[in-house]
Design a binder for this molecule. Structure first.
Ligand code: ZDP
Length: 293
């Protein structure tokens, strides 16, 4: 990322830093406002790890709408907005819990650009999230890899000078999942070179998050992620859900599995009865502060 001026930092802004498996966020309490109070340039400046606070993204807590109690908006460290954020919504639930705000019986009802998401705070820093039903049709991803109305399951994508077999899943935001063969190494993958070629591939008009996955056994996956708008992060909640859904669709995994990411593990369940995906993992408050004036 190019150098940003600290002049763009929003003076006197109170914020709360949270992380889920090392995927870190600056949380801004905007319950008194209707819109996010920062420009994309200010988001980029805040997320800068040397000139700013440092984070993978900025999350705004906003008033509820469409029957939900609160709303969440998330901006990536490049200033672009994402529809959903799995690790981020666990952090948001923990923040609401810290504020002493009681949830409904099954969790906090949070409106996102991906619809209603319901995180429930549990013991030991854990939060379990009803992530809703994954969307699989080409126009829902969106992707042009196949015709509208069709699913992208084990289709060929050419990137970084070779063919990859990919499955695409929307968890509200786009994901492109590739399983490595038994003799390929996740560690040897040159993510900073390969990742951007997936992210900006012309077959994904809104860009895409990209997961490279190794199946250790049907209940244990390992993955690395290249995130749209944030690059290589230590974890991606929506990405772990997409990886499990893709593994089930390809007959590689059980509907319930542990997904291991560089920052730690998430438990993912794709409930065969309701089709909803449930994600359980930690969310931790790191510090709160105010941007200098
Ligand atoms: O869709 C996107 O642009 C993602 N980069 C959003 C962030 C996803 C996240 N890492 C997650 O945990 O789902 C926060």
């Amino acid at each position: 990322m190019s150098t940003v001026s600290s002049l763009l930092l929003p003076s006197h802004l109170p914020f709360h830093k949270y992380q889920g498996l090392g995927n870190d966020f600056i949380l801004v309490d905007s319950r008194q406002q209707l819109q996010p109070c920062l420009t994309p340039e200010q988001v980029i400046a805040l997320c800068d790890r040397r000139f700013g606070v440092g984070a993978d993204g900025v999350i705004f807590l906003l008033p509820g709408q469409a029957g939900a109690d609160f709303s969440m908006r998330l901006f990536n460290s490049d200033g672009s907005e994402a529809q959903m954020c799995g690790n981020g919504i666990r952090c948001l639930a923990r923040f609401l819990h810290h504020l002493g705000i009681p949830s409904r019986e099954d969790g906090y009802y949070i409106h996102t650009l991906a619809g209603l998401i319901v995180p429930q705070v549990q013991a030991n820093d854990l939060v379990k999230v009803d992530m809703g039903i994954p969307r699989l049709l080409a126009e829902q991803i969106p992707t042009t890899l196949v015709a509208p109305g069709q699913k992208v399951i084990q289709k060929t994508l050419t990137a970084a000078g070779r063919d990859w077999t990919v499955t695409a899943v929307s968890m509200g935001n786009p994901h492109c999942v590739t399983f490595l063969g038994d003799h390929e190494s996740l560690q040897a993958l040159d993510l900073p070179v390969v990742g951007p070629q997936f992210e900006h591939h012309p077959a994904f008009p809104e860009r895409t998050n990209t997961e490279f996955v190794q199946v250790l056994d049907p209940t244990h996956l390992q993955m690395r992620v290249w995130e749209r708008g944030a690059g290589a992060t230590l974890a991606c909640g929506t990405g772990a859900c997409a990886a499990l859904v893709a593994a089930v669709l390809e007959g590689r995994a059980e509907p319930e599995a542990r997904v291991e990411l560089p920052g730690g593990s998430l438990e993912i369940l794709w409930d065969p009865d309701t089709q909803h995906v449930f994600m359980t993992g930690p969310a931790v408050h790191v510090f709160s502060g105010t941007v200098a004036g």
